[in-house]
Design a binder for this molecule. Structure first.
Ligand SMILES: [Zn+2]
Length: 130
């Protein structure tokens, strides 16, 4: 882990920070008074890239009328991504896992086809006038 997020103002902090430079709160790393976020606990899935079928687990930080600000990793708490509400889905680990597994399979299959096509290409002979 490279850093933590202030739970109060969402500033990105180095692990050895004693007080948050964003809001001035003394940093409490553990216990009841813990006021940092050190682990992303996704509560939604976002579809960020047009034309892609990739879903990313994320945390909703702010909900607007049309858009949602979300973080897909701790570093993004300070600079969240903006996603249209229609492209934010309820978190579902099973669906995410299934989609991800199929996406990986597809990538592996495409790579295999590319290699097979390449191996045929390598057998092509240069054209010679007879
Ligand atoms: Zn802070």
């Amino acid at each position: 882990m490279e850093g933590i997020v202030c739970a109060n103002c969402h500033s990105w902090l180095a692990l050895d920070t004693s007080a948050c430079p964003g809001c001035g709160c003394p940093v409490v790393l553990d216990g009841d008074g813990k006021n940092v976020i050190d682990r992303l606990q996704p509560d939604c899935l976002i579809h960020r890239y047009e034309g892609s079928d990739m879903l990313e687990p994320a945390v909703v930080l702010k909900e607007g009328k049309a858009n949602v600000k979300a973080a897909t990793k701790l570093q993004e708490y300070a600079q969240p991504v903006t996603v249209p509400k229609a492209k934010v889905y309820a978190f579902d680990q099973n669906l995410l896992g299934s989609i991800q597994a199929l996406r990986n399979e597809r990538t592996a299959t495409i790579r295999r086809y590319d290699q097979q096509i390449q191996s045929h290409w390598h057998q092509l002979k240069p054209y010679k006038h007879s």
